[in-house]
Ligand binder design. Sequence first.
Ligand SMILES: Nc1ncnc2c1ncn2[C@@H]1O[C@H](COP(=O)(O)OP(=O)(O)O)[C@@H](O)[C@H]1O
Ligand SMILES: [Mg+2]
Length: 241
Amino acid sequence: MSLLSVRGVTRRIGRRAILNDVSLDVDRGEMIAVLGPSGSGKTTLLRVINMLDRPDAGTVLFRGQDIWAGNEEETRRSMVMMFQKPVPFSMSVYDNIAYGMKLRKMSKQEISAAVEEALKLLDMAGKESQYARSLSGGEAQRLAFARAYVLKPDLLLLDEPTANLDPANAGIMERVIRETSRRLGTTVILVTHDMYQARRLASRSAFMLDGELIEMKPTAELFSSPDDPRTARFIKGELIY
Ligand SMILES: Nc1ncnc2c1ncn2[C@@H]1O[C@H](COP(=O)(O)OP(=O)(O)O)[C@@H](O)[C@H]1O
Ligand SMILES: [Mg+2]
């Protein structure tokens, strides 16, 4: 059984389908990439999976259960989404990372150990007491990852995690994404418009356009032999994004 199964999901805004009959399966422990130009529906797909938006048609199964018909609370706890432009809470770095763990009633000791581990992983050791809104853009993005990481989700949804980063910060982010997947076995859906990043990180990749999932295959195959001419055009850089 797949960890996640999106089946025929449509999401409409007015009459327009911003997601149109999208289906995909993700296995436990897998890292997949979702590629596509701006406006193709990538963020909406993550929002629907994360229960922030409700589909108008179709279903999303998580561990075989319809996310809107089973134990919603538990499902919400099993997944964490990192948004495209995360804004830290107006508090210290430490309190930002601890926030979600406090909600989950973890002990002070557990929280403190998890914060230290996450900061080390993200090359941010020593920044505990810094006011989070004074971090650089790259650090703020890493902080957002740390906040997701400490919750140890089964499914991690990353929306363009390196889109606004310089190469050094992007490199750190890619490293921690890879390590999280390897060490914790976390299942990852990585939304990106960076084809090279998909190649470096994802075993399979999907291509989206105008709300439709055009095709999904092993990443190397998607690039070497796309089935659809629209995918081929995207790969050749002919689609604007
Ligand atoms: N709440 C909304 N209201 C109106 N239009 C929206 C809303 N959310 C998304 N859209 C539109 O749906 C399309 C897909 O958006 P999005 O999922 O953000 O695409 P992507 O992440 O691939 O850039 C875009 O045309 C966007 O403008
Ligand atoms: Mg987006």
